[in-house]
Design a protein around this ligand. Structure first.
Ligand SMILES: [Zn+2]
Length: 511
């Protein structure tokens, strides 16, 4: 029996290839029919929700292929220390001080930038001791890979001059060997040491995740990949609960931290395994490849072993690679390791995340590796001015080179990397086309040829056709006729995920 039609969209501009349909019907989580209003309305029953799109554009749901859902959600609970809000260290201290009366033990800030267009340096423990000497204070770097603690927080987690650097992490020290408060790549370590006391309560977190999910829906995003490098069984159970009870009503793919692969496998959760009635899926194995002090960690030989090991466990890898060196090393490791072959004989592609610095010779290695690439052109939109002042001129055209990757035939999908920047896929598409920042700063280099092509990269090439999953957004203004300068302002007025309407803008007329 065919399921009865639950939602009908009428009077839409539907992008469905050659034909110009204006209506579609949704049933049982899929698009059942696409056509003109009269024929589609014939499929409706008295219980069908009929949505008049009033000429607005209907697009396939957008996929954010690289996001840090919980960290992005948590920014709603923290003090904004991004350069736009706190341009100087003194502003940052003031902003954190204003948070003093709030509940919870820790005072937390996010988004500080040590670069010349931000604070110009990292804050240190003395700065944060001016916020409080009684309460622990922590402020996270915009990258999510570093944070600064005040003296109270350092004492609480047991860091002093005698504490050795944990594996993969760095306790930055001054000339006398005293910790400055700056910690690199130590999020997981801190979480364990602080026993969760540094984070929000479960209720606070649920509310923050609900708000963040709603924000994604307002952009027309219907699927998100969480790229957390320490994701494991505990995080899986969290996602299972929030996708299962509707707190986070989107398709979620959870990457698994490289160190958690065995833990997931032991629980029967190999790559591609699903939970929450299919809404949640196990994704790639996340490997961090970071450059600090001119040294890559892990080193190239170790990285190749890690790729091979993940493959042996049935997981394709997603390697975090920002700098040229890291991108080259990722591409070579993926080329060198034995490929991962699915049961049907097809290759399962690995991924290179970010691929920020990718001049032509590097791009060629990436192309030959067979990896898919997940760049974040939204960075150009939000941070273009910073790149212009910090990146070598000849490298600028090759930052997040979406157009060049596509032109070379490299499988490319776009991700926001929120909370580093806003999870606005329209900002990312605008920069993928124009190679410009929000303020108009031009990076040069090759953009993708059209908004339609950018959207295809951001929607997993999903189409609006019968039988396809009913992940849809009704957006305005029309992204295909809006100038790229305004593209970042496109929003969804109605977002449908797996056949259910989860977001309806308040200005949407009564049905
Ligand atoms: Zn990331």
């Amino acid at each position: 029996m065919t399921p009865s039609v639950e939602i009908v969209l009428l009077n839409g501009k539907i992008s469905a290839g050659e034909s110009r349909p204006t209506a579609l019907a949704v049933a049982g989580g899929t698009i059942q029919a696409v056509g003109d209003g009269r024929e589609i309305l014939r499929l409706a029953t008295p219980r069908t929700a009929v949505l008049d799109c009033e000429g607005r554009t209907v697009i396939p749901g957008i996929v954010d292929a690289h996001c840090h859902v919980l960290a992005a959600a948590a920014t709603g609970l923290r003090v904004d220390c991004r350069p736009s809000t706190t341009p100087e260290v003194s502003d940052l201290v003031d902003a954190l001080r204003r948070d003093l009366p709030s509940q919870g033990e820790w005072i937390r800030g996010f988004g500080y930038d040590d670069s010349p267009i931000g604070l110009g340096r990292h804050p240190d423990r003395q700065d944060l001791d001016r916020v409080s000497t009684e309460r622990p204070v922590r402020v996270d770097h915009r990258s999510g890979h570093g944070c600064v603690l005040n003296s109270r927080a350092l004492a609480m987690v047991g860091i002093d001059r005698w504490t050795p650097d944990p594996t993969g992490g760095v306790i930055v020290r001054d000339h006398d060997g005293e910790p400055t408060g700056l910690l690199l790549e130590m999020n997981g370590w801190l979480r364990e040491r602080a026993g969760g006391s540094e984070g929000p309560s479960r209720q606070q977190m649920d509310r923050a995740v609900r708000d963040f999910g709603e924000k994604l829906l307002t952009y027309g995003v219907t699927a998100v990949t969480d790229a957390g490098p320490s994701n494991g069984l505990e995080r899986w159970r969290y996602f299972q609960r929030v996708t299962g009870d509707g707190t986070l009503p989107l398709w979620v793919t959870m990457m698994v931290g490289y160190d958690r692969l065995e833990e997931m496998q032991a629980a029967g959760l190999g790559y591609g395994e699903a939970g929450s009635r299919g809404l949640l899926t196990v994704g790639h194995a996340k490997i961090m490849l970071t450059a600090s002090a001119g040294q890559l960690s892990p080193d190239p030989a170790r990285l190749t072993d890690m790729v091979a090991h993940a493959h042996a466990l049935g997981f394709p890898v997603a390697i975090h690679a920002v700098e040229q060196d890291a991108v080259v090393t990722s591409a070579l490791a993926i080329s060198d390791a034995p490929p991962l072959v699915a049961n049907d004989g097809n290759l399962i592609p690995d991924r290179i995340e970010h691929c920020a610095e990718c001049p032509p010779d590097v791009l060629e290695l990436v192309a030959r590796s067979g990896a898919a690439v997940v760049p974040n052109p939204g960075f150009l939109h939000y941070d273009g001015e910073r790149y212009l002042s910090t990146v070598a001129t000849d490298l600028l055209p090759h930052l997040y080179p979406v157009g060049a990757l596509v032109f070379r035939g490299v499988p490319t999908v776009l991700g926001s990397d929120a909370p580093v920047v806003e999870p606005n896929p329209w900002a990312s598409m605008a920069a993928a086309v124009s190679r410009r920042s929000a303020g108009g700063a031009n990076m040069g280099g090759q953009g993708v040829s059209s908004v339609a092509q950018a959207l295809a990269l951001h929607s997993g090439r999903r189409r609006i056709a019968p039988g396809m999953p009913a992940d849809l957004a009704v957006v305005e203004p029309d992204p295909f006729t809006t100038s790229t300068g305004d593209l970042a302002n496109v929003r969804s007025v109605a977002t449908i995920v797996a056949g259910q309407l989860f977001w309806l803008g308040s200005n949407y007329p009564e049905m």
